[in-house]
Design a protein around this ligand. Structure first.
Ligand code: A2H
Length: 253
């Protein structure tokens, strides 16, 4: 990236049902609160196609008081940035209620804003970096090669990843069409480049670059209020709608 901050969209994914392990660890410390996993994305216009959400199994996630009623789950680093950006208060030091490991959050059911699948599950991904975004990644396997590769790994090796196969059962959803790869850019690239798993990081980086260039600059929306518009034009419009609906906020780092 050249200079300047990265402008993410923080997507608020409200918890519907905690995993048994999270439930046990949390006890009643969140009674009366609404709790949101916050995912940082650069592609808000793809949120119609969310099929799940990813966390890093070994990473730490803090529970931060955003205001009187709401709690945000993300890395401490992100919470501090959010406090400086007046997204959560107080400004100087975010209030951490508790924390969990990603592994304890896996299997939690959450709301996926704007997705045609309104409720999705939290799953593990190996490449989630603690140093980027919030440490929570919303998964759009139609258009993100990383997301598609991770989802396919989980389906192939549910036991190894200690997940219930039903959590990974939602199929990729066509969100935008591109001249070169059609309606499923990420799966097409994964096949074309013979990428076998999320461990194939070198080729995945290449696929990510190709998917981004093709989808963002040449894509046309297939779904939502901006169906038929170029992706580049739809992006700020979808983002504004999500923010107006209080389902997202601007987050920079
Ligand atoms: B994007 P950049 Cl459809 N670790 O959102 C690893 N990856 C992370 C992350 C973390 N801690 N935090 C965010 N990300 C992902 C959607 C999407 C994304 C699509 C296509 C491409 C794409 C759905 N996942 O990103 O290094 C998030 O995935 C490729 C550029 O700041 C976020 O946007 O450029 C993107 O990486 C931010 O990566």
């Amino acid at each position: 990236e050249g200079g300047g901050p990265t402008e993410y969209t923080g997507v608020k994914m409200e918890v519907v049902d905690w995993s048994p392990s999270a439930k046990e660890a949390l006890g009643d410390c969140l009674t009366g609160k609404r709790v949101f996993l916050v995912a940082a994305t650069l592609r808000p216009e793809t949120m119609y196609g969310q099929t799940n959400c990813f966390v890093g199994a070994t990473l730490d996630y803090g529970f931060f008081s955003a205001n009187e009623t709401d709690v945000y789950v993300c890395s401490y680093r992100a919470a501090r940035n959010m406090a400086f950006q007046d997204i959560i208060s107080p400004r100087d030091n975010p209030t951490k209620i508790t924390s969990l490991k990603g592994s304890q959050i896996i299997g939690t059911k959450i709301k996926a804003p704007f997705s045609i699948n309104p409720e999705v599950y939290v799953l593990p991904m190996e490449g989630v970096l603690p140093s980027k975004g919030t440490g929570v990644v919303t998964s759009v396997p139609s258009d993100s090669p990383d997301d598609y590769a991770a989802l396919m790994d989980l389906r192939k090796k549910a036991d190894f990843y200690k997940i219930d196969p039903s959590w990974a059962a939602i199929d990729p959803v066509p969100v935008l069409s591109t001249p070169t790869y059609g309606e499923m850019t990420a799966p097409a690239l994964i096949k074309l480049m013979k990428i076998q798993s999320q461990k194939d990081t070198v080729r995945l980086a290449e696929a990510k670059e190709l998917a981004y260039k093709e989808g963002f600059y040449k894509g046309t929306m297939l779904i939502g209020d901006f169906k038929g518009l170029p992706v580049e034009e739809a992006k700020p419009k979808v983002r504004d709608q999500m923010i107006a609906a209080n389902l997202a906020f601007a987050y920079a780092e």
